[in-house]
Write a protein of this length. Structure first.
Length: 311
């Protein structure tokens, strides 16, 4: 069971906020305002987070609200290190690049867009880091507490006008395949790889054949099988899989990893949760998560050494 990550909500907000009028350039004041467990928060940190918050919420937060956010970040990062949850530079950059990709822009374009609003990319990366750490900590430490019982979900669903719990759907078993295209490859090389992909589509007629072929083909990868139901796939992909004969490959698609296809191993009827049941389960999980993470954070803040220097 998952809940939408704060980073994804941040992505949506930034995508809308980047079209706002440019904010004034940041001052470089490094006055220490608060010490949190020996780690400083400066005027510049507060100014930067204020601008990021304005960009993502289109509201102007109070100075104390911003200070509280930064204190929370320091506390979360320290707790993460205690349990070995400490994303490296490459992890943060990967998350940053992924955000840019989902916004359909390059990382450089995201950086330039932020800078044009007076926000350093490091400010966003710092916030992303604390969110990554915190989500991992809460889900890892309180996994059992966050479980949502099926009986509780069923009772909640049926209490709403006797809604059904399940409906008929489809289960798809498939294996992703990647033909590797090195970064910087020429258009001619890419065209050659696309032709290879089409020739493979004409040859493969079963998952067994696909495994035999791609496990011995240089610069190609076939991944372990995954099983998804109608409820877990977007409509466009469901249509592609419904139109693909069992044992055959989907049309090749160019991605950052290379040329990707999927071999469809099976497609069969199954019973899936109704949208209402999924919605209620997600809501119940979110409520548990929010309550748990708030109590956890309150506990950490009470134990933290927080010293105000200059407000």
């Amino acid at each position: 069971m998952t809940t939408p990550l704060p980073a994804f909500r941040l992505l949506l907000a930034i995508g809308a906020g980047l079209i706002l009028t440019a904010l004034p350039a940041p001052s470089r004041a490094q006055n220490i305002v608060v010490m949190v467990n020996g780690d400083p928060i400066t005027d510049f940190d507060i100014e930067q987070r204020s601008k990021l918050d304005q960009l993502t919420t289109q509201k102007t937060p109070s100075r104390q609200e911003v200070i509280n956010e930064l204190i929370d970040d320091k506390v979360k990062i320290k707790e993460g290190k205690k349990y070995g949850v400490d994303p490296g530079v490459s992890d943060i950059n990967q998350s940053y690049d992924g955000m840019a990709q989902r916004m359909r822009i390059t990382p450089d374009q995201l950086t330039k867009s932020l800078e044009s609003k007076g926000v350093r990319p490091e400010t966003l990366k710092s916030r992303m880091r604390s969110e990554m750490v915190w989500t991992s900590l809460v889900r890892g430490r309180y996994k059992e507490k966050l479980l949502v019982g099926e009986r509780d979900v069923a009772q909640a669903v049926q209490a709403q006008a006797g809604e059904k719990l399940q409906v008929e759907g489809t289960e798809y078993k498939m294996q992703p395949i990647v033909l590797i295209v090195p970064r910087g490859s020429t258009p001619a090389f890419l065209d050659t790889r696309k032709k290879e992909a089409e020739s493979y589509r004409a040859r493969v007629a079963s998952c067994e054949e696909a495994n035999s072929l791609f496990r011995s083909t240089p610069n190609a990868t076939i991944r372990d099988s995954v099983t998804k139901t109608t409820a877990e796939l977007p409509e466009a992909l469901r249509k592609v899989l419904d139109d693909t004969p069992i044992g055959h490959l989907t049309a090749p698609e160019m991605t950052k990893n290379g040329i990707e296809m999927v071999v469809l191993c099976s497609r069969k009827p199954t019973m899936i949760d109704t949208p209402k049941k999924r919605e209620i389960r997600e809501k119940m999980y979110t409520e548990k998560y929010e309550k748990t993470q708030k109590a956890y954070l309150d506990e950490l803040r009470k134990a933290a050494m927080i010293e105000y220097r200059n407000r």
